[in-house]
Design a protein around this ligand. Structure first.
Ligand SMILES: *Cc1c(COP(=O)(O)O)cnc(C)c1O
Length: 391
C-alpha cells in the first residue's frame, strides 16, 4: 500500500470516493454521448455553484492560472486601465497577467493580513475598464469583502473580475446577487476535484464587453470565440471539437459538482464557516497567532498561522510525520514565518481534530512548550459542538 497522508494543503485537496471512482472509468472519447452528457451537466451545475443562473460557463483544461488569463484576456485591450485589489501572491500574479496583456495596471494594496480600504479602491477604479479582486488570497488566508468592492466598482462602471480559486464552493460568493461580472476558479480547490480544469463564469455584461473588444484576443487557446461554440454544443448534448477536453477530469468534476449541489450552497458555506471557527478556536487555545489581522478578514477555506517563538518551517515536515500534509508560507515577505492548513471541500469534524492533534504533537516534538498537547483539540471539539460535558 502506498503511504496515505491526510492532504490538508490549500489545494489540491482530499478527494471523495465517488470522485476517485469517476477517474477510474475506462477511457472514453471526447465525442462519446456519456461525456457529452457529463460535460453538459458540469456546465449547468457550475451555474448553481456560482449562483449565476444567467451566466456563461467556460470549462477549459488548464490550472487556475489559465482561468485567470482566460478571464481578463477576453476583456481588456492594450492601453486600458485595470485596477488590482492586491491582497498577496495571487493578486500580484493577476497584475502581471494584465501587464502582459498591455493594460495599465494600478494595484491598491494593504499590509499583509489586511484588506485595502474601500475608499482607496473607489478612488482608483474611477475611469478603469475593470477591477480584479482575489476573494481569498491563498498566500495570506485573507478574505476580501467582494460584495462591497464590487458595488464600488460597478458604481464607477468598471467590470468586476473575482479570482475565486480558493473560495468558490467554500466561501459565500453570490455572483449574480453581488453583480459580479466574472468569477474564475480551478477544479482542485474548494470544488473538490483533481487539478487540471479552469472554470470561468462570465455574466452577460462581460460577454458583451468581450464582443465589443477592439483587438482580437492574442492567444487562440484563450479566446472565448473558440470556446463558446464548444460550451454551447456540449450543453445541447451535441459535442463539437476545438481542442480535446480533459475527459476524465470532466467526469470527476461532474461527480464533485453533483455533491456540492446536493449539499446545497448555503449549507456548504455554513459548514466551511463552522470548520474555520473550530480551527481558529484551536489556534487561539494553543496561543498561536493567525496571519489575517482580524477575525472578519480570516478566510473559511484555509488558515495561515505564524510559527510560535523558536519554531521554524521544519514544523511542516514534523506534521507530515504525524500523517498530515500541510503547507508552508507563500507570501514573499513572510514565507518562512507561517504555515497554512487548507480546510475546504469535504472537511468535517474528524479531519479538524486530526489536523489540530498532528500540529500539537509536531509542536511538542519541535520543543515548543507554549501549550499542552490536547488543548487545541479540546477547543476545536467544543467549537464543533455535538459533544457533551461530563456531569
Ligand atoms: C491556487 C490559486 C491560483 C492558481 O491556481 P493554479 O491552479 O495553481 O494555477 C490562483 N488564485 C488563487 C486565489 C489560488 O488560490
Amino acid at each position: 500500500m502506498p503511504e496515505r497522508t491526510l492532504l490538508m494543503i490549500p489545494g489540491p485537496i482530499e478527494l471523495d470516493a465517488e470522485v476517485l471512482a469517476a477517474l477510474a472509468r475506462p477511457q472514453l472519447g471526447h465525442m462519446d454521448p456519456a461525456v457529452a452528457q457529463a460535460f453538459g451537466r458540469v456546465l449547468g451545475r457550475a451555474r448553481e455553484v456560482f449562483l449565476a443562473p444567467g451566466a456563461q460557463p467556460f470549462v477549459v483544461a488548464g490550472s487556475g492560472t489559465l482561468a485567470m488569463e482566460l478571464a481578463v484576456a477576453n476583456l481588456v485591450d492594450p492601453g486600458e486601465r485595470a485596477v488590482v485589489v492586491n491582497t498577496g501572491y495571487f493578486s500580484d500574479r493577476m497584475a502581471t497577467i494584465l501587464e502582459r496583456l498591455g493594460a495599465k495596471v494600478e494595484s491598491v494594496g494593504a499590509r499583509a493580513g489586511e484588506v485595502p480600504a474601500l475608499d482607496e479602491v473607489a478612488r482608483a477604479v474611477d475611469g478603469a475598464k475593470l477591477l480584479t479582486i482575489t476573494h481569498v488570497d491563498t498566500s495570506t488566508g485573507v478574505r476580501a469583502p467582494v460584495e462591497a468592492v464590487a458595488k464600488a466598482a460597478r458604481a464607477a462602471g468598471a467590470l468586476v473580475v473575482v479570482d475565486g480559486v480558493c473560495s468558490v464552493g467554500g466561501e459565500e460568493l453570490r455572483q449574480e446577487a453581488w453583480d459580479v461580472d466574472v468569477v474564475l476558479t480551478a477544479s482542485q480547490k474548494a470544488l473538490g476535484a483533481p487539478p487540471g480544469l479552469a472554470v470561468v463564469m462570465v455574466g452577460a455584461r462581460a460577454m458583451a464587453a468581450w464582443r465589443a473588444k477592439q483587438h482580437r484576443v492574442p492567444s487562440l487557446y484563450l479566446d472565448f470565440g473558440e470556446w463558446l461554440p464548444v460550451m454551447e454544443a456540449y450543453e445541447r448534448g451535441a459535442p463539437v471539437y476545438f481542442a480535446t477536453p480533459a475527459v476524465n477530469l470532466l467526469l470527476a468534476l461532474d461527480a464533485s459538482l453533483g455533491q456540492l449541489v446536493a449539499e446545497g450552497m448555503d449549507a456548504r458555506f455554513a459548514r466551511h464557516a463552522r470548520v474555520a471557527r473550530a480551527f481558529r478556536a484551536a489556534w487561539r487555545a494553543m496561543g498561536l497567532t493567525m496571519l489575517p489581522a482580524r477575525e472578519e478578514v480570516a478566510a473559511h477555506t484555509l488558515s495561515a498561522v505564524y510559527y510560535p517563538e523558536g519554531v521554524d518551517a521544519g514544523l511542516v515536515g514534523r506534521v507530515r510525520a504525524e500523517g498530515v500534509a500541510i503547507a508552508g508560507g507563500l507570501h514573499p515577505a513572510l514565507k518562512a514565518k507561517y504555515f497554512r492548513v487548507g480546510h475546504m471541500g469535504g472537511t468535517r469534524a474528524g479531519e479538524v481534530l486530526a489536523v489540530v492533534g498532528a500540529v500539537e504533537r509536531a509542536l511538542a516534538a519541535s520543543g515548543w512548550r507554549g501549550a499542552s498537547v490536547g488543548e487545541g483539540v479540546a477547543a476545536a471539539a467544543r467549537e464543533l459542538g455535538g459533544g457533551h460535558t461530563r456531569t
